[in-house]
Design a protein around this ligand. Sequence first.
Ligand code: SAH
Length: 249
Amino acid sequence: MQDFRNVKVVLVNTSHPGNIGASARAMKNMGLENLTLVEPEKFPSGVAVGRAASAVDILESAIVVNSLESAVAECGLVIAASARSRRIPWPMLTPEQCASKIISEKDTNRVALVFGREDSGLNNDELQLCNYHVQIPTNEIYSSLNLAAAVMVICYELHKAGLNKAALTALDQKEFWDQEKATVKQVESFYEHLERVLIMIGFHDPENPRQLMHRIRRLFGRIRIDMMELNILRGILTNVEKKIEDKQD
Ligand code: SAH
């Protein structure tokens, strides 16, 4: 059995407590235990407990937070489950690719699997916090699964990949890297710093932002920058700021 303690399921703004309970049950069936709820409409709830059956322990230890950003702040790999493809495409994974990525990274990174609202899924800001999107292939004319069913499919693939010999071999040959990946919190403050400097040098106009910051987020999300690289870029930005300030004096 794999150790999924570094992997959490995050449910954003869930409206039906029954879906929270059914998601907890799916998680426990597949060996996951960490559930984070971002602003659930009704929690704790007897309906959730009923639907969780023997997974009530997961509801009891669930963490409730008020933003997706705080839910994933300490994570180095964040994957959003999304039924829809977006105007600007984002790096996409199949459920199988998502599972093998998590298996090979979970021992060195905290990982979050993010699921959206029943009625409207995840908004663009939330999707852009994530390194990858995972889409469950479906009937083309009806692609939206029930929330807990989507949690089940993704967690099942993860469980299966954990059992799968090939995945275990991949685990043995875990990619070696000398630095830890930057966390969401660190990358978010880098984006703020970068945006400030881009405005300062007149490259970015917040009145007419186009898709600049969106594309920059996608670029860095794809690269999965490590802490050392992030510190180098922060240092460069700080020096640019200093030079400009010196000139203004
Ligand atoms: N109507 C919403 C779908 C909400 S379903 C929309 O169009 O976005 C609730 C959540 O379940 C979604 O936010 C997503 O996290 C997950 N989900 C549902 N169907 C999925 C699919 N085919 N692939 C990946 N995730 C899916």
